[in-house]
Design a protein around this ligand. Structure first.
Ligand code: CTP
Ligand code: CA
Length: 226
């Protein structure tokens, strides 16, 4: 049992992790989504559980098995994910949002499959709720962590997101980083705080990124709660 050799420094803590993509259906057989593998979030859930935390993992559609000791809630759309995360987060000490949530969904969900039409087609989309920002509005003592992938001005944009969403920190990465893209086992992230301070981490396995993320979150939790 690996948990016996791991320090149980998260015992008694309730952690919620979101992972994977969301699917925004246009009709019963078509959806908008993205290539998120869920690996980062599953790594966070696995490590938190092995350190003794009570973990709820809210996952979009991914091809991953549930880590030992983790309670998993499967969802599809951003609205489903919002419901599941908010329910689990009510009693949580730490929420880690690794999910790649679609920013928009179809304005009107067709109940029947639509046949193709002319040479061009316009789909009207409406904005999805920002789950992390919603948690940030009634934050209490909870520690909130986000992820952001940026193509440019990463630190500035991530710090701005941390401020807007009232997150304690954001782990930033770039889609162009070799071997760390969607689906990779490694990740190269920069820790970015709302005050704009940042700290690049070396390229690490997603499990090691998860360990360091949880170390940082635990430190903030201890300072806040005592
Ligand atoms: N997030 C969320 N709800 C959304 C969109 C994003 O909770 N509807 C969370 C993500 O899980 C992530 C963080 O917010 O932890 C940053 O995601 P990102 O897509 O970078 O933020 P956006 O505000 O959507 O910014 P952008 O316009 O750059 O996509
Ligand atoms: Ca987004």
């Amino acid at each position: 049992n690996p948990s016996q050799s791991t320090k149980q420094d998260m015992a008694g803590l309730k952690v919620v992790v979101s992972a994977g993509p969301t699917r925004e259906y246009l009709d019963p057989v078509r959806f908008i989504s993205n290539p998120s593998s869920g690996k980062m979030g599953f790594a966070v859930a696995q490590v938190a559980a092995s350190r003794g935390a009570e973990v709820v993992l809210v996952s979009g559609p991914v091809n991953m098995s549930t880590p030992t000791g983790v309670r998993r809630r499967d969802v599809e759309s951003a609205l489903d994910m919002q419901r599941a995360v908010e329910e689990a987060a009510a009693a949580a000490d730490l929420v880690v949002m690794t999910a790649a949530i679609a920013d928009y969904r179809a304005a009107d969900l067709k109940t029947e499959k639509e046949a193709k039409g002319g040479e061009t087609k316009t789909i009207e989309l409406v904005k999805n709720p920002d789950i992390l920002a919603g948690l940030g509005e009634k934050k209490g003592e909870r520690v909130l962590v986000g992820f952001a992938m940026e193509t440019h001005a990463g630190v500035e944009r991530a710090a701005d997101k941390a401020r807007r969403k009232n997150a304690d920190f954001i782990l930033l990465n770039y889609p162009t980083q070799e071997g760390t893209a969607f689906g990779s086992d490694d990740n190269q992230v920069t820790l970015v705080r709302a005050d704009g301070s940042s700290q690049p981490w070396p390229r690490l396995s997603k499990l090691e990124v998860a360990r360091r993320l949880l170390d940082e979150a635990l430190e903030i939790h201890r300072q806040r709660v005592g």
